[in-house]
Design a binder for this molecule. Structure first.
Ligand SMILES: Cc1ncc(COP(=O)(O)O)c(C=O)c1O
Ligand SMILES: N[C@@H](CCOP(=O)(O)O)C(=O)O
Length: 466
């Protein structure tokens, strides 16, 4: 299995190289050269298997020679053995056709753990094999940061610099990052939004001076391995609801387009996906792009679903590449123009390519709060604001009534206790596995977010190569 860049000019890489490389040298994102696929009988044969086994079967198609099937199965067993639920991502039924896929049973209470617990093990295995070190740089709107830090804190060969937008994430999210005391963990609070942090991180990967000093790696969904691990739970949940004999729809609370792109990949691999519903909050660039072809980024508006307060949606580039005919040169021109003007129209090919599988729904703050209340009153389920946006969208879309609709429950409600309490009157308790989060001391550095200042901080504090 080889990987190509969405912008056409970077070298093709193996899975191991892609995992350690982050952004492609031409500024693009790596994607498999072609989609591997399963027959209906191969999918049916996975029914009833443990999560870690299905994970190894699905992902081995992407890993090529970088890991044997047995090595991969050992790593999936280790990663998913750390989850607090034996099913890893259990399904909860809400009514005769709506389901929640609970993705928050990992150590940091959000879906990011599903990929990052495994990615931490990939880093360790590949770096030990090569005798190399990696400086991870990342941007977070709250959940990637905590999951990445948990996955790599104290590990050999890696250090992490994580940027979060000051004052724009929940107190639980912030503390899950800033109370971790490990010499290889550096938290930086920047002024501005997640988009500003993500733009700075992407610039670092194409900065020859910085790359001359440090081997950089990515923990954001820039890193293909993140998305690959997220493909698995589309398979496990669809299998429980009747796949491959019955198509299933998914409603996905969306920000950086990673999670829902993983659903797209599952469909390319042969899973019968009836529809992917892209659910956005009022930062609705993806809803406008999919419904009208208008991909133009405005200012990010802070909401009670802060992890989705994103306007420039990184993985949308992967979809545009795949749906638009895989023309890297044309996409490079389109993306470069977008980077200057912050606006673009999708081509007809891109719109038509996306329209078969995707639809989109935007939820405002009232719809989000109303859905949290309704889930609590009618189903006894306390859900977080991001999940509520997905569930709102699941009820808005027009689908045949015999198709089950799975909403991805992307975070534990306790991560956003204040917003949940405002909407439902119930304050969810933090699970015991997060420990004494509010008793621990916080440590982070405040920076303006100016690019040169960030690079200076990283190069001064990195231990790689010393
Ligand atoms: C809780 C939660 N829900 C939804 C999302 C959106 O996911 P994605 O960025 O993969 O679209 C995020 C952030 O990524 C998140 O942290
Ligand atoms: N919502 C995310 C934003 C970063 O997205 P990623 O999937 O590219 O890491 C977060 O919680 O940080």
């Amino acid at each position: 299995m080889q990987y190509v860049s969405t912008r056409g000019a970077a070298p093709k890489l193996s899975f191991e190289d892609v995992t350690l490389t982050g952004l492609a040298s031409d500024g693009g994102l790596y994607i498999p050269e072609s989609w591997p696929s399963f027959s209906a009988s191969e999918i049916a044969a996975m029914r009833g298997l443990p999560y870690a086994e299905i994970a190894a079967r699905v992902m081995h198609r992407f890993v090529g020679d970088s890991l044997s099937f047995e090595e991969l199965r050992e790593l999936t067993g280790e990663a998913y053995g750390r989850f607090a639920h034996a099913a890893v991502v259990p399904l909860t039924q809400l009514d005769e056709r709506h389901w929640l896929m609970e993705l928050f049973h990992g150590p940091t209470l959000a879906f990011k753990d599903v990929a990052l617990q495994l990615l931490g093990l990939f880093f360790e295995r590949f770096l030990a094999r090569r005798g190399e070190q990696l400086t991870l740089v990342g941007a977070t709107s709250g959940d990637t940061g905590s999951a990445a830090i948990d996955a790599v804190a104290g590990r050999e060969g890696v250090e992490i610099f994580m940027l979060h937008p000051q004052g724009r994430i929940s107190d639980v999210q912030r503390r899950q990052m800033t109370t971790v005391r490990a010499p290889n963990v550096h938290n930086i609070a920047i002024s501005g939004s997640f988009d500003d942090g993500q733009a700075a991180v992407k610039r670092m990967f194409t900065d020859p001076a910085l790359k001359g000093k440090l081997q950089l790696g990515a923990v954001n969904s820039i890193n293909w391995a993140r998305l690959m691990a997220q493909v698995v739970y589309y398979f496990t949940s669809a299998l429980q609801l009747g796949a491959p004999d019955r198509p299933v729809a998914f409603s996905v609370p969306t920000g950086n387009f990673g999670d829902v792109f993983a659903g797209y990949v599952a469909a390319q691999m042969g899973l019968p996906v009836a529809k992917l519903v892209v659910a956005t909050n009022i930062n609705d660039i993806l809803h406008r792009a999919l419904s009208d072809g208008d991909y133009s980024a405005g200012e990010v508006t802070p909401t009670a679903a802060p992890s989705m307060d994103i306007q420039v949606s990184s993985n949308f580039e992967r979809l545009l590449f795949d749906c638009g005919g895989r023309d890297g040169n044309a996409l490079a021109d389109q993306m470069r123009a977008f980077e200057v003007s912050k606006a673009m129209r999708l081509t007809n090919a891109q719109r038509e390519g996306a329209s078969g599988l995707f639809t989109s729904v935007r939820a405002d703050q009232d719809a989000m709060a109303h859905t949290m209340r309704r889930a609590f009153q009618y189903c006894g389920e306390v859900i977080d604001p991001h999940t509520a946006i997905g569930l709102h969208a699941a009820h808005e879309v027009d689908l045949s009534p015999d198709i089950p609709v799975v909403t991805l429950a992307t975070a534990h409600p306790a991560k956003f206790r204040d917003a949940v309490e405002r909407a439902t009157g119930t304050r969810p308790a933090l699970p015991a596995r997060v420990g004494d989060l509010f008793a621990r001391e916080e440590h982070f550095t405040e920076l303006e977010g100016d690019y040169d200042q960030l690079v200076d901080f990283i190069t001064t504090n990195a231990v790689q190569g010393r």
